[in-house]
Design a protein around this ligand. Structure first.
Ligand code: G1P
Length: 287
């Protein structure tokens, strides 16, 4: 089996972000900041650190702030230079000319449909998918790419959550364990409360083979009447290697208000320039 490298990553960013209204009325939810960086930048940096060469955004109307964020900001840079200010804070955002690629989903038909919209750009090679409202600390995709180099096929990140939370996610029916890898017997999107096959959910990081696009061609709908990526992946089980991967590091669900606040606190407390102040006022608030 030759294992083709993962060079491309798809970022579905067309979602309306209704859970964060009014913040997301005129601003993409992916531009919500954790400390001083938008969510989308954390995910893009995670991908680049994992060796991804091509960034593909599946976007929609009202998302132009994302395009501007990954472009050169001439006026800003000129003004900062003229004032003798360091450009270090925005240096990392610069992309190669012609990258990222932006395509539009047009209609919100589900995560599977968003990924399928990238089929022509992905072509006939494996690709990663990163959901930017899941903020990973510790290089989740890097770890998955390393595991992929050994086993190939399809790999999804896997994380234990309390049983009361499984109905919000894609859930794995786990098979044999092999270190951090776990076999997958079945996948269920948003199982009804009490019916999940396990507590092992998929926190938005995927390495997939291009065949999943052929399954998504059928535009079959599932949970919530949407075209679900989880359902398309489920059809690959038994046909291609398919593993869950228990990554190390922290995960913050920034699609959820409490998770988003937790991310801000945790990342602020991890920074030398902010931690003392934040610790002090958190203590005072709780007292
Ligand atoms: C999506 C996926 C789900 C996954 C989750 C991670 O759900 O469909 O399988 O577990 O992201 O956050 P959504 O959050 O879009 O409802």
């Amino acid at each position: 089996m030759t294992i083709k490298p993962v060079r491309k990553a798809v970022f579905p960013v067309a979602g309306l972000g209704t859970r964060f209204l009014p913040a997301t009325k005129a601003m993409p939810k992916e531009m919500l900041t954790v400390v001083d960086k938008p969510l989308i930048q954390y995910a893009v940096e995670e991908a680049l650190e994992a060796g991804i060469e091509q960034i593909i955004f599946v976007t929609g109307r009202n998302k132009s702030a994302i395009e501007d964020h990954f472009d050169i900001a001439y006026e800003l840079e000129d003004t900062m230079r003229a004032r003798g200010k360091s450009l270090a804070a925005i240096d990392g955002i610069r992309m190669e000319p012609g990258s990222p690629v932006y395509i539009r989903q047009q209609e919100p038909l589900g995560l599977g449909h968003a990924v399928w919209c990238a089929r022509e750009i992905v072509g006939d090679e494996p690709f990663a998918v990163l959901l930017p409202d899941e903020l990973m600390v510790g290089g989740c995709l890097r770890q998955m790419v390393d595991a992929y180099a050994r086993v190939g096929g399809n790999i999804v990140a896997a994380l234990e959550v309390p049983a009361e939370e499984t109905h919000k996610y894609g859930v794995i029916a786990p098979g044999a364990e092999d270190g951090r890898l776990v076999g997958i017997e079945a996948l269920v999107e948003k199982p009804a409360q009490g019916s999940a096959p396990s507590n092992l959910m998929i926190p938005g990081r995927y390495i997939l083979q291009p065949e999943v696009m052929r399954i998504l061609d059928a535009k079959q709908t599932g949970a919530g009447g949407e075209i679900q990526l989880t359902d398309a992946m489920a059809q690959l089980i038994g046909k291609q290697p398919f593993h869950g991967f228990r990554f190390t590091g922290d995960r913050h669900d920034c699609g959820d208000k409490a998770g988003y606040i937790q991310a801000n606190l945790a990342l602020a407390l991890a920074r030398d320039d902010l931690a003392p102040q934040v610790r002090d006022f958190a203590r005072a608030l709780l007292a």
